[in-house]
Design a protein around this ligand. Structure first.
Ligand SMILES: [Zn+2]
Ligand SMILES: [Zn+2]
Length: 447
C-alpha cells in the first residue's frame, strides 16, 4: 500500500459528490455536472461542453457515475489531511452485535479505510462494530500500485481469525474506479484487465470470496458490444483465478453507464461461462436513482420481484446500504445517511427483515464527513457505528409501531433541507431538458 500518500487521504469518501460542489461553483453547468461525476470540480465546471465530451472519449477508462463513492483524492488531489474526529483509531465506537442475537442473521457493516495496509480494514471494521466490511485492495484512483505485502496479508488473515470475520463471506472489496471492462481500445482494455485480475488475486490471497465492481461504460459503443466485452473479460479472469466471485454492482446513471437496469446485469451474467463465479450487489441508492422504488412494502416487493424475475436471487450476493439525496429515477448518485434521504427508513426495514438476504454482507457507504468546530472537515466514524446499530435495531421491529414511526419521522426531518436542495436541482434540470426538447434540438438520447 502507498503508505505515505494513502495515509494522508481517506481511502474512501462518501460525502457529497464533486458534481454537487461544481454546481455550487457554477450554475451554468448544472445539467452536465449532474450526470458527470468522476471529474474534479475544475473540469466539471468547465463551460467547454464539446471539449469535455472530447475528453471523455480521450480518457474513456474513467467509468461514469457513482459520485457517492468518488474518493476525495479524486476531487482535490492536493487536499490537506483531514483532522481526525476521534484521536485514536483503535478506540471502539461501538461494540459488535452478536449476529446470532438478531432475529435474522444480518451482517451489517461499512466501507472502511484500508489506508496503510489491507489489514487496517479489519481494525477499522472492529472500531465501528461492523459485522461485514468493504475495502479497497489498492489505490482506487491509480494504475500503478505496489504488490500487497506478505505482512499486510498475514495481518489481515490473522485479524479476521482473531475477530471472527469470515473474509470468504463478509468482506466485500470494491474495485478500482479506473477499470472499465467494457473498454474497446486494446491497450486500455489490457490495462483494465490486468488491474482487475490483480485485485482478484489479492482477494484469493486474503481468503476473500466476493469482489464488487462497477460493470463499466459503453463509451458510446452499442450496449450489446460493450456487455460482450465485459463478459469476455470476466470469463478470462475466472480462468486465471480459482474461487473469488465477481460481483456486479447496479448503477444509478443513464446514458453510457452499464448496470443501471436489471436487464443489463442479466445480459452480462448470461454471457458468463462459469455461473458460480458471478453475482450481483444491489446498491439501494443506485437502484432508487435508477428508478427502482423501495420505499413502501408494495414498491419493495415489486422491485424485488422484478429482480428475481430478471436476474434471479441466486445471483444476489450483497447489498450496499445507502439512502438517496436525489429523488426516484433522477439518475443522480448521491448517497445520504440512512433514513434521511428520499428512500427513507422503511426501505431499510424491508431489507433487514427479508429472509432472502440472510447472511449477506450489507455495507454502508453513507457520508461521514462533518464540519468540525474549527470549520475543517472531519470524518466522524461514529456515524457508521450508529447507523449499524440503527439498522440492526430494525430487525424484528414493527414498522407500524410508535418506535419505528418516531425514528422514521426524526430522520426524515434531519434530511429535509438536503432533499429539498437536490430536488430543486433535479427540477431545474428537467425544465431545462424539456425546453431543449420543445425547441426540437434533438434532446440528448439516454437509455
Ligand atoms: Zn460502487
Ligand atoms: Zn455502492
Amino acid at each position: 500500500m502507498a503508505r505515505t500518500s494513502s495515509r494522508r487521504k481517506p481511502a474512501v469518501d462518501y460525502s457529497e459528490s464533486p458534481a454537487t460542489k461544481a454546481e455550487a461553483a457554477t450554475s451554468s453547468t448544472t445539467a452536465k455536472a449532474t450526470t458527470r461525476v468522476e471529474e474534479p470540480p475544475s473540469k466539471a465546471a468547465s463551460k467547454a461542453t464539446a471539449k469535455a465530451a472530447a475528453k471523455r472519449k480521450a480518457e474513456p477508462e474513467a467509468v461514469e457515475s457513482d459520485s457517492g463513492e468518488v474518493p476525495r483524492a479524486a476531487k482535490r488531489p492536493k487536499a490537506k489531511a483531514k483532522t481526525k474526529a476521534k484521536g485514536d483509531d483503535s478506540m471502539p465506537l461501538a461494540e459488535r452485535t452478536a449476529v446470532a442475537s438478531l432475529g435474522k442473521a444480518m451482517y451489517i457493516g461499512a466501507h472502511v479505510s484500508a489506508a496503510g495496509g489491507v489489514n487496517n480494514s479489519v481494525t477499522n471494521a472492529m472500531q465501528i462494530g461492523a459485522n461485514s466490511f468493504a475495502l479497497f485492495l489498492k489505490s482506487q484512483r491509480k494504475w500503478d500500485n505496489p504488490p500487497m505485502s506478505a505482512e499486510a496479508r498475514d495481518l489481515f488473515l490473522g485479524g479476521c481469525k482473531d475477530h471472527g470475520y469470515s473474509a470468504a463471506q463478509h468482506a466485500l472489496p470494491h474495485g478500482s474506479y479506473l477499470v472499465n471492462l467494457a473498454q474497446s481500445d486494446a491497450t486500455k482494455a489490457a490495462q483494465a484487465y490486468k488491474s482487475f485480475v490483480d485485485d482478484l488475486q489479492r482477494c484469493e490471497q486474503l481468503g476473500i470470496g466476493l469482489y464488487n465492481f462497477h460493470p463499466g461504460s459503453t463509451l458510446g459503443d452499442t450496449r450489446p458490444a460493450a456487455i460482450g466485452r465485459i463478459a469476455a473479460q470476466l470469463n478470462s479472469s475466472h480462468r486465471e483465478t480459482k474461487t473469488v466471485v465477481t460481483v456486479l454492482e447496479n448503477m444509478a446513471g443513464s446514458g453510457n453507464v452499464i448496470g443501471s437496469t436489471w436487464e443489463d446485469l442479466r445480459d452480462i451474467i448470461d454471457l458468463v461461462e462459469d455461473k458460480d463465479r458471478v453475482g450481483v450487489c444491489i446498491d439501494t441508492c443506485h437502484a432508487f436513482a435508477a428508478g427502482y422504488d423501495l420505499r413502501t412494502n408494495e414498491a419493495f416487493k415489486t422491485t424485488m420481484e422484478s429482480f428475481e424475475k430478471t436476474v434471479s436471487f441466486k445471483y444476489l450476493k450483497a447489498f450496499h446500504l445507502n439512502d438517496s439525496k436525489a429523488p426516484l429515477g433522477s439518475n443522480r448518485d448521491l448517497h445520504a445517511n440512512i433514513g434521511t434521504g428520499f428512500l427513507g427508513l422503511r426501505a431499510f426495514h424491508s431489507i433487514v427483515n427479508d429472509d432472502t438476504f440472510r447472511g449477506m454482507p450489507m455495507v454502508l457507504e453513507t457520508p461521514i464527513d462533518r464540519k468540525g468546530a474549527d470549520g475543517k472537515t472531519v470524518e466522524d466514524k461514529q456515524i457508521w457505528a450508529d447507523e449499524i446499530k440503527l439498522l440492526e435495531s430494525l430487525v424484528g421491529m414493527d414498522p407500524e409501531g410508535d418506535d419505528f414511526r418516531a425514528k422514521e419521522a426524526g430522520l426524515q426531518a434531519t434530511g429535509a433541507g438536503e432533499r429539498s436542495r437536490i430536488q430543486d436541482q433535479v427540477d431545474k434540470k428537467s425544465a431545462k431538458d424539456a425546453k431543449k426538447g420543445s425547441r426540437g434540438a434533438g434532446g440528448k438520447k439516454t437509455q
